[in-house]
Design a protein. Structure first.
Ligand code: TRP
Length: 448
């Protein structure tokens, strides 16, 4: 018998899952993806994806995890057995775990960038920094494998250190403070951006619909990012749901999480683009966007160094609470199925991810020209493969299982909704989400 943790209260599950959802995806990735993918067209499809696919599948995933209270592979196995279905459904859980591990290989490198910015903010501050200097600083960081290695290693140690203690205990307290604090500092940043930046252009860039910019790539990127941002499609949420007691409303919780997650991401975007346009920077800068623009703001605003330090510390925390949820499914599986203890499992898996992470880190400098598939470098390959293919595919399979293979009475029982809302979920899960995911895949295949 293995001991399984459990959340102390309904609130801690909401916080932990929100903590998993809110991370680099909102603060680092969404802003630059908006710029790279043509602004408002991307935002529109992203919001639609959250509403039509993200929220119903978030409910599905929590429901699957809570029903059988197991890690993704064993959960899918038991769920399939309970409904007399093939044992092969366990591979959905297996693919999810692999996806999480692959994401962490690059997530940790970016987490390292954030840590290095804390150190810069503390040691030198950003006072009076110009746009050129800020870009040059970021360029210097990327060009230095040893510095990147140091911070990537530190990020991995922090993440695996927390996971090795068991996820349910420490995370509750951290999140309780972290999420409100992140919102507060974001409002401060937004206020500053509004006073000196070009908020009107930023707003138009993000929200004035421009259908001419919608392309298959935009659609795929936006859909994939909805999965990435909500942490769905791989079993993070399934595992958190498995620690959840039965007295929680899955639907309400899912809506809260989706609203907090989406709002935070879009607000960061608005603040960043107001600065981008005011400083004549390039919106399609790519992964370095926030690291190049935010120091300019912190360098000019009153109390800027203090806010800069605080901001990067909070982002680092947010990143680590997300990183934890990327490996927890795999760790839970190892602990519950082998004689390997939690600590050893964390050490082994941590080392493996750290090692693959090295190749990601080198892909920003010495291995810049190494291309894997479709001419993409190592970082891009891992990122695109996981976000745009593996997560939506994993989500699709979970939706199909929950909708067509699981006994209806089981999902009804677990979701505990009124007849009307249950039917709404069923329509979204069985029809809308699968069609949306498949059509985006097909849309892409047609063109490529
Ligand atoms: N959602 C997190 C972020 O935005 C990243 C993350 C955590 C994730 N767990 C996940 C992404 C599971 C996909 C699947 O930073």
């Amino acid at each position: 018998m293995t001991h399984r943790g459990a959340w102390n209260s309904r609130w801690s599950f909401v916080l932990a899952t929100t903590g998993s959802a809110i991370g680099l995806g909102n603060i680092w990735k969404l802003p630059y993806m908006i710029g790279v993918n043509g602004g408002s067209a991307f935002v529109l499809i992203y919001i639609l994806s959250i509403l039509c696919v993200g929220i119903p599948l978030l409910m599905t995933e929590i429901m699957l995890g809570r029903r059988v209270q197991k890690n993704p592979i064993d959960a899918m196995k038991s769920l399939a057995k309970e409904s007399s279905r093939s044992n092969n459904w366990k591979y959905v859980g297996g693919m999810g775990m692999l996806t999480g591990v692959m994401i962490l290989c690059f997530y940790s490198v970016i987490g390292g960038w954030v840590l290095s910015y804390i150190s810069t903010a503390v040691q030198e501050g950003f006072t009076g920094i110009t746009a050129e200097q800020s870009s040059a600083n970021f360029g210097d960081l990327l060009a230095s494998p040893l510095t990147l290695l140091f911070w990537h290693t530190l990020f991995m140690i922090i993440t695996m250190g927390v996971v090795s203690r068991g996820v349910t205990s420490g995370l509750e307290k951290a999140n309780n403070f972290l999420i409100p604090a992140l919102f507060i500092i974001l409002f401060i940043l937004l206020g500053y951006s509004m006073s000196v930046g070009d908020m009107q252009t930023s707003f138009d860039f993000m929200f004035k619909p421009d259908f001419s910019k919608i392309s298959p790539i935009t659609a795929l990127a936006a859909l994939g990012h909805a999965f990435f941002s909500l942490s769905i499609g791989m079993g993070s949420v399934m595992v958190y749901g498995s620690y959840l007691k039965k007295d929680v409303s899955i639907s309400r919780t899912s809506i809260y999480i989706a609203i907090a997650d989406t709002l935070l991401g879009l607000l960061v975007g608005l603040a960043i683009y107001a600065l981008v346009f005011a400083n004549h920077l390039d919106p399609s800068e790519g992964p370095g966007l926030i690291f190049q623009t935010l120091p300019i703001a912190f360098g000019q605003m009153p109390w800027g160094n203090f806010f800069g330090i605080l901001f990067f510390i909070l982002v680092a925390f947010a990143a680590s609470t997300s990183a934890i949820s990327l490996v927890e499914p795999t760790i839970a599986w190892i602990v519950e199925n082998t004689r390997i203890g939690r600590q050893k499992a964390c050490l082994g898996l941590g080392l493996f991810i750290w090692l693959i992470g090295l190749s990601v880190l080198l892909s920003f400098n010495v291995w810049q020209d190494v291309k894997l598939i479709f001419g993409l470098g190592i970082f891009d390959t891992l990122d695109k493969l996981t976000s745009t293919i593996m997560l939506p595919f994993g989500g699709l399979l979970m939706a199909i299982f929950a909708g067509y293979f699981m006994k209806k009475r089981h999902s009804k029982d677990e979701l505990d909704l009124t007849a009307k809302t249950y039917n709404l979920w069923r329509m979204a899960n069985n029809i809308i989400a699968p069609i949306a995911i498949c059509s985006v895949f097909l849309y892409l295949l047609n063109i490529v």
